[in-house]
Design a protein around this ligand. Sequence first.
Ligand code: 13P
Length: 251
Amino acid sequence: MIIANWKMNKGLVQSQQFVEELKAYVEKHKVVNADIVICPPFTSLEAVSRKIAGTAIKLGAQNMFYQTAGPFTGEISGGMLKSCGCEFVILGHSERRQHFGETNLTVNKKVLKALDEGLKPIICIGENLQEHDDKLTEPVIEEQLAVALTHVSEVDIANVTVAYEPIWAIGTGKNATPHQAEGVHNFLRKKLKKMYSDEISKNARIVYGGSINPENAKELFASPSVNGGLVGGASLEVESFVKIINSTHLI
Ligand code: 13P
């Protein structure tokens, strides 16, 4: 699964151009080895949805609120995302936690609401540089995972993707090594086994994010415990994004 998180980039015209190019590529090369999910800003969702209709490319949003409707100026509901053609929604991205005060608890509320609305959450977790240096990665992400998944049923967990995004690797050009990513993903699987079952842990979709680029993608995706990537900067250009998608069948 290769997810493009465009963050606060691309207006309508740029979004549509990108998708036209990507679509042509996917159709020409019959890309079937990866699930491709594009997460544009809210303002481009509907336009991108129209462009990808009938293709294998899927649509996701970058956030949503946990209420259904009402006096929440500036917020977007899960139902609204569904009406724009979204299948996925990124929740708890570290930039939302850092700049918009999201906590593990609000992420959990969003996860439950997204599942209730029939959306598939992509839950972001990851430690910051200080925590990484202090060797606190495991307790930090264990807490993030456990709280985010509170009251998520054994049935609903099948629709959840976990994205391990170490904050020190986001937009820094300093990706986790394949070995580090594999170690953390295996740790997360152990936790999922404890929370759910062996089977759920084995089938869980866990992707890595943080400075993925065409040069490091193949190595990062090489471990069977890494089920794909959440790509920021390198998803903004079709060429680099396609190279990352192609890394999945070089393995
Ligand atoms: P970069 O790929 O730009 O490091 O961003 C990663 C990310 O935050 C994806 O959600």
